[in-house]
Design a protein around this ligand. Sequence first.
Ligand SMILES: Nc1ncnc2c1ncn2[C@@H]1O[C@H](COP(=O)(O)OP(=O)(O)O)[C@@H](O)[C@H]1O
Ligand SMILES: N[C@@H](CCOP(=O)(O)O)C(=O)O
Length: 310
Amino acid sequence: MKKVTAFAPATVANVSCGFDILGFAIDDLGDKVTVELKEAVGLTVARIEGDGGKLPLEADKNTCTVAIQAMLDALGTQKGMEISLEKGLPLGSGMGSSAASAAAALVAANELLGKPFEKNDLVPFAMEAERMACGAAHADNVAPSILGGFVLIRDYDHLDMVKLPVPKGLYCTLVHPHLELKTADSRSVLRQQISLKEATVQSGNIAGLIAGLYQSDYGLISRSLKDVIAEPSRALLIPGFYELREAVMDLGALGSGISGSGPTIFILSQGRNTAIQAGEASKAVFEKIGLGVDIYVSEVNDRGAYVQTP
Ligand SMILES: Nc1ncnc2c1ncn2[C@@H]1O[C@H](COP(=O)(O)OP(=O)(O)O)[C@@H](O)[C@H]1O
Ligand SMILES: N[C@@H](CCOP(=O)(O)O)C(=O)O
């Protein structure tokens, strides 16, 4: 085998109360990466489609190649590989765009090398790509993009990751306003200190959300979708954020929050109908503001990144 293509999905990081420690994967929407073995040692990005010419071709600046290089370094080997990227995700969207490219590249390269790594082991390599792209090696996009489902990162020092159960009938609506927000920029607006009271509130909510997922307790999930750490600073960067919340809660959604670092907003609902209605209500909110939006409705994707058969 000389050439492998893999797909990796979009992700919602943080999920309100889980700043940097929780994320889940979305169906269908994502990036596709083809990796081809070459004689001459070195990694090259040959083609990128769907990025409007915005992404770097340099191997040390593209998340595909940075992630693969980290994997080759761990193997203590060098290879010749040519990468082609089909960008399915908008940049700086809060849907884990940089992460999906890295995840797809790693799954393709790992397959090409005869699978020296389990999927779990690929996560630290993708984190190196996140470090390069947004200044922090956070795993809450790359882990769910690679592994699928809801993934909790309990601890970064030992990269202790836990895949959580997904209640049947849980749907996500993604509302992507046509704005670009770089993760590095929306990390820079965060407060570096929080009070004891805020830490207590946030811990209660993350614990509640996880218990709610295990018990398929929609009421508990809904009550726990609150963020007192990142949302207060970041919501100011997203017009219509609070109006949207009011509109979707009125029609029975479980909750809404900033997807990753924004500007995309995620809404969780019990059942597809509510998720679709939440999307329509959100569109109306943004139409009033005069801002275009794309709406996606999806279940939680349990598969994560996978190799595509030709
Ligand atoms: N292959 C890639 N795909 C997406 N973004 C990349 C890629 N390589 C480098 N980047 C950089 O990562 C940044 C986008 O990532 P980020 O701000 O984290 O977006 P998102 O919020 O959608 O995850 C951009 O500055 C972009 O230049
Ligand atoms: N935990 C990170 C998640 C960033 O997600 P992205 O999709 O915006 O890259 C953060 O909140 O900064």
